[in-house]
Design a binder for this molecule. Structure first.
Ligand code: KIV
Length: 262
């Protein structure tokens, strides 16, 4: 897949699937899956590094995760998140950050919001860098919201998100993540723009879906948002395996002769 093929998928009415990924080992697994795209999300700050929000993500950390994923992803389409404030410090620093992440192996960059950094988005798309927008709940603005809350519930807020989606399309974005907005609003935006919408907590009417890998694998033991489906209970599977390993070690049945060198 590529950003061009994302656009074609919408034109053809084909749904797009994406998950996040942060490391080489999971990237190797995803490389052998039918997934359409991989996001090196700034959710790495929370999922991998244990920070309370995505605000702690940096360009340097994103570069390291992007390089690791790119080594394993076997040519899958990779989108990297522009971290908190990296695109709000002026055009020069934003382009430096973009250059670092593209050189690390990203095929596209994702940026939250649009107002106030239209120039950055225009410059990136004009420089041949595919840009994925991100509207609705923008986790980098959690402090302004006062928590992680569904966005666009009232008329004015909903209208603003539709306007932002159109602005992103006009600025040359190739797709838009819609996070935590009412399903009817996501459907309206999906119908209003030619670029694909990728939903997370935005209902089934989007052109595609994205989930945080650790959430959909059931590895997040602390928190399960309403919009997440656990396709496997990974935490229980891992706990069970560790328990059996522990038992085998303590019973002296691991390693067996076949697992040892003569
Ligand atoms: O960082 C992330 O994981 C994301 C997804 C929630 C879309 O931005």
């Amino acid at each position: 897949m590529s950003s061009k093929e994302f656009l074609q998928a919408k034109a053809d009415g084909r749904k797009l699937s994406m998950v996040t990924c942060y490391d080489y080992t999971f990237a190797r697994v995803l490389a052998k899956s039918p997934i359409d795209g991989i996001l090196i999300g700034d959710s790495a700050a929370m999922v991998v590094h244990g920070f309370p929000s995505t605000l702690s993500m940096t360009v340097e950390l994103t570069r390291i995760h992007t390089e690791a994923v790119a080594r394993g992803a076997g040519g899958k389409f990779i989108v990297a998140d522009m971290p908190f404030l990296s695109y709000r410090k002026g055009l020069g620093p934003a382009l430096d950050a973009a250059q670092t992440l593209m050189a690390a192996g990203a095929g596209a960059l994702k940026i939250e919001g649009v107002e106030g950094h239209e120039d950055v988005i225009r410059q990136l798309t004009g420089s041949g860098i595919p840009v994925m927008g991100h509207l609705g709940l923008q986790p980098q603005s959690v402090n302004a919201y006062g928590g992680y809350k569904v966005q666009g519930r009232c008329g004015d807020a909903a209208r603003a998100i539709v306007t932002q989606a159109r602005a992103l399309e006009d600025l040359g974005a190739f797709s838009i993540v819609l996070e935590c907005i009412p399903s009817p609003l996501a459907e309206e935006i999906t119908a209003a723009v030619r670029i694909p919408t990728i939903g997370i907590g935005a209902g089934a009417g989007c052109d595609g879906q994205i989930l945080v890998l650790h959430d959909m694998l059931g590895l997040n033991v602390d928190f399960q948002p309403k919009f997440v489906r656990q396709f496997i209970n990974g935490a229980d599977c891992v706990k069970d395996a560790i328990g059996r390993y522990d038992k085998a070690v303590k019973a002296g049945t691991f390693p067996a002769q076949t697992e040892s060198f003569a």
